[in-house]
Design a protein. Structure first.
Length: 474
């Protein structure tokens, strides 16, 4: 079973316990815990001023004794650093939003660039592998501010930037091909942004994409995503030594030919396309040695791609939808993606919607008129109303009794066992449940694949599912 967000049974989109907008006629069936607000609360004096709904945030945890913590406190202050290290995901999310607001607002414009880069990289090392999807989604604007702000000032030397980002890039590469479409898109866009940055460059951006995934067994979409991203980088940067910022031909074609042996047709097709991108830059003579062991029927696939590339007009990077991940709205970039002086950029975009986006073999172009879990199609869905559907209606999802986050029912057992922030109570609950069975009714769910769960929760119906009344004929 493929968990939400492509991570070990993450909460759905990091969805917080919030409800529909004010004025909604229907009270939610699953009520979140409401915090009592002080009449003296002043958002303008809060350390996270500018972050939406700071009045709903709890108090951050105390900091551990650590040299990295001390360095972050010196740059970002104690309160924000406490938020970054808190067990509560919404505090970590809010801290990332606040750093983006301050970066774009020029708060750190007079800071030492090297120290600031070190602090930003330390934050990314914590946030990129975060198991909560919403925290990673907050990395999107954060990475944009880094690439189009700090790195665009020209105040940092490339070796210094590479040294700071070296631990970050393998983490970012592991998010490529994530089942959550927005997570995958953020990871792709970040690689393209780094490749286009004069302080980073394409060879560095591609280095960890060319390495095998950390897990020995991964879904085909992981290979497909990496192949698509490499093709875009090759199309844009070219091949060395013909292009100064080009990629080395041998590792690119070798990995394409290795993954061409994959049993999945999409992986093989994208491997052929990657080799075609290399062919478009270097010609057949330099590609030919890598094709020597192909069977005639396999060789025909490559020859057809070479013919196609020979006869087509070059396609600009924007038209290629940024590594296959859907064209990014340039208004989400500081100064619309232009080269404004850092510190003079406008306020950042509204944070990403607090909701899930994809499961299984999701396309990176998210269809907001369809539920990514129960597959219900509704033309009246908008990004806001489909989030409400996730939060209170979808029969594939449920609110955790312990932490109030919305979780896939299919992954609820492992959420209890490994990830629920309530700790011991959830672990105790997990010990009472039988793996491979529905946590609500105890019935076995076959092989536990997506369709098995849809059969049980939607087509047949689970007698103990509080959202069973929302089933439809799937």
């Amino acid at each position: 079973h493929s968990p939400v967000g492509g991570m070990a049974h993450s909460p759905v989109g990091g969805m917080p316990p919030w409800g529909p907008s004010a004025g909604s006629a229907l009270p939610p069936p699953e009520q979140p815990v409401q915090r009592e607000q002080s009449n003296n609360f002043d958002p303008a004096s809060h350390p996270l001023v500018g972050v939406p709904n700071v009045e709903d945030l709890g108090q951050p945890d105390q900091l551990p004794a650590d040299k990295e913590v001390d360095a972050l406190v010196a740059i970002f202050g104690e309160y924000l650093t406490r938020c970054l290290y808190s067990k509560s995901w919404n505090l970590r999310d809010a801290a990332l939003q606040k750093v983006v607001i301050d970066l774009n607002g020029g708060i750190y414009a007079n800071s030492n660039p090297s120290q600031l880069l070190g602090g930003v990289a330390a934050i990314l090392r914590r946030a990129i592998p975060d198991k909560n999807v919403q925290v990673f989604l907050a990395c999107g604007p954060f990475l944009q501010s880094l690439c189009h702000g700090l790195l665009a000032t020209g105040s940092l030397r490339r070796p210094e930037v590479h040294s700071a980002l070296e631990p970050v890039m393998p983490m970012l590469a592991e998010r490529l091909g994530d089942a959550n479409a927005r997570v995958d898109k953020i990871a792709r866009d970040a690689h393209v942004d780094f490749a286009q940055s004069a302080s980073v460059g394409s060879p560095f951006a591609a280095a960890h994409v060319l390495r095998p995934p950390k897990k020995k067994v991964v879904p085909p979409r992981v290979y497909t995503c990496r192949l698509q991203l490499l093709a875009v980088l090759v199309d844009e940067a070219g091949i060395a030594p013909d292009q100064r910022e080009g990629l080395d031909l041998e590792p690119i074609v070798k990995i394409a030919m290795e993954w061409f042996n994959n049993s999945n047709a999409d992986v093989r097709e994208n491997a052929v396309r990657l080799v075609g991108s290399c062919f478009a830059h270097v010609g057949l003579d330099r590609i030919e040695p890598y094709l020597a062991k192909l069977k005639p029927v396999q060789r025909e696939l490559f020859d057809a791609e070479f013919d196609r590339r020979s006869n087509e007009e070059p396609e600009p990077i924007s038209a290629r939808a940024r590594a296959g991940g859907g064209a990014r709205d340039q208004t989400s970039l500081p100064n619309g993606g232009g080269g404004a002086v850092w510190g003079e950029m406008p306020a950042p975009q509204v944070p990403p919607p607090r909701g899930p986006t994809g499961v299984g073999e999701a396309s990176a172009d998210v269809d907001d008129t369809a539920c990514q879990f129960c597959l219900r199609q509704d033309s009246t869905f908008t990004p806001e109303t489909v989030d409400v559907h996730y939060w209170r209606e979808c029969p594939m999802l449920i609110q955790c009794d312990f932490c109030q986050q919305v979780i896939e029912i299919a992954t609820l057992h492992e959420h209890y066992a490994k990830e629920c922030e309530s700790g011991a109570p959830a672990r105790s609950k997990a010990s009472e449940l039988a793996p491979g069975s529905c946590v609500l009714c105890g019935i076995g769910v076959g092989a536990g694949e997506d369709e098995d769960w849809r059969d049980h929760l939607i087509r047949d119906g689970c007698r103990n599912n509080p959202r069973d009344a929302n089933r439809f004929s799937g």
